[in-house]
Design a protein around this ligand. Structure first.
Ligand code: FAD
Length: 197
């Protein structure tokens, strides 16, 4: 049997370039990860999103008023549901699993959860940030109902109310300045030593 030139070229190509299972792996199902997946899957790139065990922070937002296209505001959980639906519609696969390790060196990236390793040409890390907590009593209970971590997003909700900015450093000073234009009474910055826990 005689091998054709095309066949040899294909074999050489396959040896040089190991195939990846996906074009894109996205780590995280928050708005950043889902938005990335909407774009990549709409471009027909085979996309897998890993959904970690902690929910997106947006889930706790009672009303998101600064997202384009929703003049009446939208609940964070509902916005996440819609972003997810849109990504799925374009063909994104979503798989549950906390990513424990990622090898991002080389053309083929490998992402590992507790039960599988998956390869892709591109990995997008959209794991969000971990907010520092103050250990003030009730902080968790009132999250999204009086406790906020974003002055720009939630400041308008506290218009004409008494509020305090807790924090240290230039960011806290900037937040306090932003808020002082809106609030009736801003007791100032508490020089709270954030525990980092
Ligand atoms: C109460 C509240 C109200 C808010 N209101 C507003 C608002 O009105 N407007 C606004 O613009 N913003 C608001 N925010 C901020 C907004 O929620 C965040 O800016 C946004 O969620 C950040 O999106 P993200 O995708 O970067 O990260 P996140 O939403 O935090 O998502 C990160 C994702 O990564 C996943 N992940 C992390 N580690 C791993 C891992 N190892 N393996 C797999 N998955 C992993 C998590 O499970 C999660 O799904 C609010 C936040 C809170 C808490």
């Amino acid at each position: 049997m005689q091998a054709t030139r095309d066949g040899i070229d294909d074999m050489e190509h396959a040896l040089r370039e190991p195939e990846a299972e996906y074009d894109v792996i996205v780590i995280g199902v928050g708005p950043a990860g889902l938005t990335a997946a909407i774009y990549t899957s709409s471009l027909k790139l085979r996309t897998l999103v890993f959904e970690g065990s902690n929910p997106s922070r947006l889930k706790w937002a009672h009303a998101v008023n600064n997202y384009p296209g929703f003049p009446e505001g939208i609940q964070g959980a509902e916005l996440l549901r819609r972003l997810r639906e849109q990504a799925l519609k374009f063909g994104t696969e979503i798989r549950k699993g906390d990513v424990l390790a990622a090898d991002l060196i080389g053309d083929i990236k490998t992402v590992t959860t507790h039960d599988a390793s998956v390869t892709a040409r591109t990995a997008i890390i959209a794991t969000g940030i971990q907010q520092k907590r103050t250990e003030i009593t009730g902080e968790d209970r009132f999250l999204g109902a009086g406790v906020s971590y974003c002055v720009i997003c939630d400041g308008p909700l506290f218009r004409s109310r008494t509020a305090a900015v807790v924090g240290e450093g230039p960011e806290a000073v900037d937040d306090a300045k932003t808020e002082s234009h809106r609030l009736q009474n801003l007791p100032g910055i508490t020089d709270w030593r954030l525990s980092g826990k």
